[in-house]
Design a protein around this ligand. Structure first.
Ligand code: NAD
Length: 325
């Protein structure tokens, strides 16, 4: 197949590109590298069947031209990371809603199937754990910028289903805390990236809040598998899927595991949310996927444990630190 991956120079996108090329597909990437990095796909630069277009999904002419040439679109380009969104909500809202509408519209015109990368963030502060795909979304007030990300991803899903009504073949994958090599080392997107960087430097691990909030960490290769299934399985059409590991870990426990696995002298420091994100920040306490639908419809279940995934991230970071010395 000829495949477009928007956001293909990003963390998850670049792993998806690796897999699609290894499976023999031709891949075009559109990425403006606002958070992604060209190095993530540089290994494919001279490979026949790979095209990297540095540009924006907001460039409708570019998206339209590529959609005429492909059979399948994985739409991952987005404003990502709570820190980024809180800092510049206008950019996040425009990128995520207008960008997605452009991609869906051009895919629809060319009868191209789409997988949209959504997020566990859309459930917000719901306490109906584990979250099932048809469960409630509970969000705070619109004056709190962090909810703009959740709202933009939910609106994007509404756009997906609106285009589906018109005949677009589309599915959504709701990722739950994906982690693995190539995460932003500054840790914008992931607490794991931040903790590993801090532990390897022997600095204190900064736990936001009381540390008893929990997440389900999902290894990137498994997110890639699920994403491709969502783009190729007939049973996936016009559906949203939770893509996550069902095992829940508190952030406190995560910090302990990172310190143990890096054999680091680091300690743990607690930092109030307000100090990191400003006074009106709201976090979500638990975020646990109900994985039944992905298992039944896609035959997908995540298996890689937190410790196994952490070992891969630590090895990557340790090698990078060694090279920098
Ligand atoms: N990592 C996670 O745990 C997670 C969880 C839920 C959802 N997601 C979603 O998965 C997708 C990939 O996220 P990621 O974690 O790989 O983050 P990422 O920041 O590495 O990837 C996003 C990519 O989109 C690109 N991009 C941003 N604006 C663009 C634009 N206007 N035009 C073209 N490219 C643009 C960035 O440069 C980056 O490469 C995103 O849609 C994100 O919302 C990720």
């Amino acid at each position: 197949m000829n495949v477009l991956v928007t956001g293909g120079a990003g963390f998850i996108g670049s792993h998806l590109v690796d897999r699609l090329l290894a499976d023999g597909h031709h891949v075009t990437v559109i990425d403006n590298c606002v958070t992604g990095r060209p190095e993530n796909v540089a290994q494919h630069a001279d490979r026949p069947g790979f095209t990297f277009l540095r540009g924006s999904v907001l460039n409708e002419t570019l998206v339209a031209a590529v959609c005429r040439e492909v059979d399948l679109v994985f739409h991952l380009a987005a404003a990502v990371g709570v820190t980024h969104i809180v800092k510049d909500p206008l950019w996040a809202i425009v990128t995520n809603t207008r960008g997605t509408e452009i991609v869906l519209k051009r895919a629809f015109e060319n009868r191209v199937r789409v997988v949209f990368a959504s997020s566990s963030e859309i459930y917000g502060q719901s306490d109906a754990v584990p979250f099932d795909e048809d469960g409630p979304r509970v969000l705070g007030p619109t004056t709190i910028h962090r909810w703009a990300y959740s709202t933009s991803k939910a609106l994007d899903e509404h756009l997906c289903w609106a285009y589906a009504d018109k005949g677009l073949a589309v599915s959504a994958v709701r990722y739950f805390n994906i982690f693995g090599p190539r995460m932003d080392p500054a840790g914008y997107g992931s607490v794991i990236a931040r903790f590993v960087t801090q532990a390897l430097a022997g600095e204190p691990l900064t736990v936001h809040g009381d540390g008893r909030q929990s997440r389900c960490f999902t290894y990137v290769s498994e997110a890639v598998t699920a994403t491709i299934l969502a783009g190729t399985h007939d049973g996936a059409l016009h559906e949203a899927f939770n893509i996550g590991h069902p095992q829940e870990h508190t952030i406190e426990h995560l910090a302990e595991r990172v310190i143990a696995l890096t054999d680091s002298p680091s300690t743990v420091t607690r930092v109030p949310y307000a100090e990191v994100y400003g006074p009106s920040f709201a976090d979500t306490r638990r975020r646990v996927p109900d994985v039944t639908k992905a298992a039944e419809r896609l035959g997908f279940r995540a298996h890689v444990t937190l410790d196994e995934g952490l070992a891969a991230v630590i090895a990557e970071r340790a090698a990078a630190a060694e090279r920098a010395r």
